[in-house]
Design a protein around this ligand. Structure first.
Ligand SMILES: [Ca+2]
Length: 506
């Protein structure tokens, strides 16, 4: 009798173990290309984008108000960003760029696809091709990478969703019981922003190709952003990068018609992404997988499209340094939001933490599971951002509480500028130029006294000096190979300039 009881107990334990193993959560990681958080109503109430599926996902999960990419040493901002996402490493410790010589060899074996394969997950990836991390992308068991920026189902975002739906169908057919990690990447809303005819019409936009003419104005086009400017007030160290002067439909123009049309194209592409996300989520629900799946929605970095007189992703204003970020899944309180103070490089650690998968030793990110589960609101106090794909040392940002510092320096042109913003008072990082009646007349923005760059205000001199100290501490901590004039040299050897951004297309 006792032996029988023991056998029964052993069987019960084995059953529980098997059930626990089969119940490991799935991950659906949705990654868009070049998308500002301010496209979305949940990050920007003034947005006219309709994205019901992503909005619903946000309502079911947690929204992050301070999710950032750490930056780039190249005009092709996607490349370091995607390396950081895949490996969990920081910007100066990647197998590309100035830190490459010190990066552990074979890092791709410690990236998302390889890590989750080793843990027994079924891994699948679809995404754009180019300006990415090919050695890591190939680690997924199933890979369908292709750049799809057309305005038809066969050539646009639907293609990526179809690959995910096909994969889910095959999984069902094969009765594959392994948990999955699906990397659902999209090639849009990166330019060329060719929308479908229906969605372009909805946002009053046209796929404008004639450089000799302005696109047609239309009342349905999104309004100019509150921080729109006709030009950036100074040389920010890379003003002639491809994104600022060569994007089809915009080129070097920042006039109202061009920018509103381009935003309409952006929204047409973004709503198409929303439709594709809706298709995939509906299928997961139908398959009974949704309740056991963590869904992440984010972008590789933001984008300017007319804000601050800029067009591209080669700057450190919030519209570009920040990314949209939603996470929904078991244990995450619906309708919650937190600053988080997270980097995209924290994703790998978080994926591992949520699934019980061992995090690789090469990882430098921090899991934000404690934020997802409501135990913390931030995982770090200070955020550090880099852009130096143009002249050196370029741009650096540091954010602490409501304060943000951006430093600019070009040794080549002699430009040296500093911006200090109080983000709670001045969330759009308005400048003195936004007070120009000709600008305010178009944007409808009425900047208050506090809504300017405060760097030269004697009342904020102590804050400026504290933020500069924080920036230096972060540059040292992260192994930044450059210093600004006025900072200690730290006996650094002169760094090799990184790959320039001339080919920064995708
Ligand atoms: Ca990108």
């Amino acid at each position: 009798m006792r032996a029988m009881k023991r056998i029964a107990l052993t069987l019960l334990l084995a059953c529980c173990a098997a059930s626990a193993a089969t119940k490991r959560p799935n991950i659906l990681f949705i990654l868009t290309d070049d998308q500002s958080p301010f496209d979305f109503k949940f990050h920007n109430l003034q947005s006219t984008l309709e994205s019901p599926n992503i909005d619903r996902l946000a309502a079911q999960g947690m929204i992050f108000d301070a999710a950032h990419h750490m930056g780039s040493f190249s005009g092709a901002v996607c490349t370091p960003s995607r390396h950081m996402i895949m490996s969990g490493r920081t910007v100066w410790h990647l197998p590309v760029g100035p830190g490459a010589k010190d990066c552990p060899p074979g890092l791709e074996k410690n990236t998302i696809g390889a890590v989750f394969n080793r843990a027994g997950y079924a891994t699948m990836r679809t995404c754009k091709q180019g300006n990415s991390y090919p050695a890591a992308n190939q680690q997924f068991s199933v890979v369908h990478d292709k750049t799809m920026r057309g305005g038809t189902p066969e050539t646009g975002s639907a293609w990526h969703a179809d690959r995910v739906l096909d994969y889910l169908g095959q999984r069902k057919e094969k009765k594959d019981a392994r948990p999955f990690f699906i990397h659902f990447g999209l090639s849009h809303p990166h330019d060329v922003r060719d929308g479908t005819p229906e969605l372009l019409a909805k946002y009053g936009a046209t796929n404008h190709r004639d450089r000799s003419a302005l696109p047609a104005a239309h009342p349905k086009q999104p309004p100019l952003p509150p921080n729109w400017l006709p030009a950036h007030p100074f040389d920010n160290s890379h003003r002639n990068v491809r994104d600022e002067v060569s994007v089809s439909g915009v080129w070097d123009r920042r006039d109202e018609r061009t920018i509103r049309n381009e935003l309409g194209r952006e929204y047409a592409c973004a709503e198409n992404i929303d439709i594709q996300v809706g298709r995939v989520l509906a299928r997961l629900k139908e398959m009974g997988e949704l309740d056991n799946t963590y869904i992440f929605y984010t972008a590789d970095h933001g984008i300017a499209i007319g804000r601050h007189g800029l067009q591209g992703k080669q700057n450190l204003y919030e519209h570009t340094w920040r990314v949209p970020m939603i996470v929904a899944g078991p244990g995450i309180k619906p309708g919650s939001r937190a600053p988080g103070n997270i980097y995209l490089g924290d994703l790998l650690a978080t994926f591992c933490d949520l699934t019980g998968v061992p995090v690789p030793e090469t990882n430098e990110g921090t899991s934000f599971k404690p934020v997802l589960f409501g135990q913390k609101t931030v995982i770090r106090d200070t955020l550090y951002g880099v852009y130096n794909g143009g002249d050196q040392p370029g741009m650096r940002a540091v954010k602490h509480g409501d304060w943000k510092l951006i430093e600019y320096e070009s040794r080549k042109s002699g430009v040296r500028e500093t911006q200090l913003f109080h983000l709670k008072e001045n969330p759009h990082e308005l400048l003195a130029e936004h007070r120009d009646p000709a600008v305010a007349g178009l944007t409808g923005t009425k900047p208050s006294e506090a809504q300017v760059n405060l760097a030269k205000d004697p009342a904020h001199a102590a804050k400026l000096s504290k933020m500069r100290a924080l920036l230096l501490a972060n540059m040292r901590h992260h192994g930044d190979p450059w210093r600004f004039s006025g900072q200690p040299g730290d006996n650094l050897p002169a760094p090799e300039p990184a790959r320039r951004g001339k080919k920064a297309r995708r």
